[in-house]
Design a protein around this ligand. Structure first.
Ligand code: THU
Length: 134
C-alpha cells in the first residue's frame, strides 16, 4: 500500500468532501480482499436527496473498478466521536461484504470498531427469484 494507511486515504478523501449544506465532511477508505484501496467522500447537492455519503461513494468506485469483496472500511469525519455509517450505507455495504470490519476515528482521538453484521442485523436480502430471504 506504498506506506499510505487506510486512514491516510480516508483523510485525503475527507479533504475533498463537497458538503456546503451540512458542513459535515466525511471520508472513507474501503479495502478489497485483493488489497486495493478506494477512497470516497460525501458529495452533496442543492437537491438534498441527491447527495451521496462517503461510504457509498467509496463502494461504487470500488465496484466500478471491478472489486466486489471487501474486508475493511475506515471512516473519518468532522464528528467529535467516531461516527458509525448511516443505515442506507450499512445496507449498501452488506450487499457485498456482510462481515466487513469498520473502523471509525473521531476528532477526539478515539477509535471505534464494529463488524457490519453487528451494525446491521437482519440485512435485507433477495434470493435468485427475488424473494425475501433470511
Ligand atoms: N454522511 C456520510 O457521508 N456518511 C454517513 O454515514 C452519514 C452521513 C454525510 C451525508 C451528508 O453529506 C452529511 O454527511 C450530513 O448528513
Amino acid at each position: 500500500m506504498s506506506g499510505e494507511s487506510l486512514r491516510d486515504v480516508a483523510e485525503k478523501a475527507r479533504s475533498n468532501a463537497y458538503a456546503p449544506y451540512s458542513s459535515f465532511h466525511v471520508g472513507a477508505a474501503l479495502r478489497s480482499a485483493t488489497g486495493n484501496v478506494y477512497g470516497g467522500a460525501n458529495v452533496e447537492n442543492a437537491s438534498f436527496g441527491v447527495g451521496i455519503c462517503a461510504e457509498r461513494s467509496a463502494l461504487v468506485t470500488a465496484v466500478t473498478a471491478g472489486d466486489r469483496n471487501f474486508d475493511e472500511l475506515v471512516l473519518v469525519s468532522d464528528a467529535t466521536e467516531p461516527a458509525a455509517p448511516c443505515g442506507a450505507c450499512r445496507q449498501a455495504l452488506s450487499e457485498f461484504a456482510p462481515a466487513l470490519r469498520i473502523v471509525s476515528h473521531g476528532l477526539n482521538g478515539k477509535t471505534a470498531e464494529w463488524s457490519l453484521a453487528e451494525l446491521l442485523p437482519h440485512q435485507f436480502k433477495l434470493d435468485e427469484q427475488n424473494r425475501f430471504t433470511e
